[in-house]
Design a binder for this molecule. Sequence first.
Ligand code: KG4
Ligand code: ZN
Length: 338
Amino acid sequence: MLMLGIESSCDETAAAVVKCGREVLSNIISSQVDIHTLYGGVVPEIASRKHIERINYVIEEALSAANVTLSEIDAISVTYGPGLAGALLVGVNVAKAIAYALKKPLVGVHHIKGHIAANYIEHDSLEPPFLCLVVSGGHTHLVHVDGYNKFRIIGYTHDDAAGEAFDKVARAIGLGYPGGPKIDNLAKEGNPYAIEFPRAKIDGREFDFSFSGLKSAVLNYLNSCEMKHIEINKADVAASFQQAVIDVLLDRALRAAKKYGDGRMAVAGGVAANSALRAAIQQSCSKNGIELYYPSPVYCTDNAAMIAVQGYYMYIAGERSGLDLNAVPNLKLDFANG
Ligand code: KG4
Ligand code: ZN
């Protein structure tokens, strides 16, 4: 069974061909980072235009790298939300056009379900149920994966997502966009315990997160250093901020894993590419006898292989989208019904 996956929810134009749900035959990603870097963040209008320019090329590349033709593809899956409206629409419309022209089934995929499914690509033995820590630019969630198409939210952030905090702090210390990988690198040269930043807790919600206080604490620290003419050690700020995020993510994830985890935990989303987070989670899981899964960095950040994988599991469960499929920019994590 050959699934063509298409992803265009933010600043990556991506297409992939996946065989029988788990074997990635091709995974083509055209990143727009170079352009958005000039503006310090993703400019939605530019993102849409670049997706339009690149989508056909990226799909052709994915087919040719997989050595298959469009007519050999069995179904098309596409991210329809959440994400930037204009960006999502490019992928959704191309997917609909292909499905219509070739009379092939179409499956609209929730972007975050795709991130979770990225874990299946390199871990043949991983099957639900398991707990997943989802940490991306827009989401920080603890999700219990009951089945391939059945999810339960255990915890969520009350304000900023982890990736959003990385991006904002990176901007504040002048590292530019995209912040996560830059903080990850700079933090390697800093002391994670040089500055004491807060680890917020939410009363009565032991699996929930809050990162806006941490972000403000970093900004206040930077301002007060500036006012006192104290030179800022950016590497120490990056490392101490990163450590605070990791401590909070680990604390909540381990609690949840002990309560709901079935002895297994997966990590997903762009922040799951963070080297210090991966090392810390690995260490804690080994200590607590929890089996840990995370995708290679290329499958943590946005890609279309993960959309094709989730699309496959939806497809074999009989899910189909009509040609009226629309982009849903604020598509919720309404996992109750799959
Ligand atoms: O999953 P993703 O590619 O897109 C969304 O669905 O949001 O996540 C992007 C986020 C950005 O905030 C980016 O700064 C963060 O993931 N990120 C990282 C790293 N690589 C990407 N954060 C920390 N360390 C990294 N190495
Ligand atoms: Zn994403």
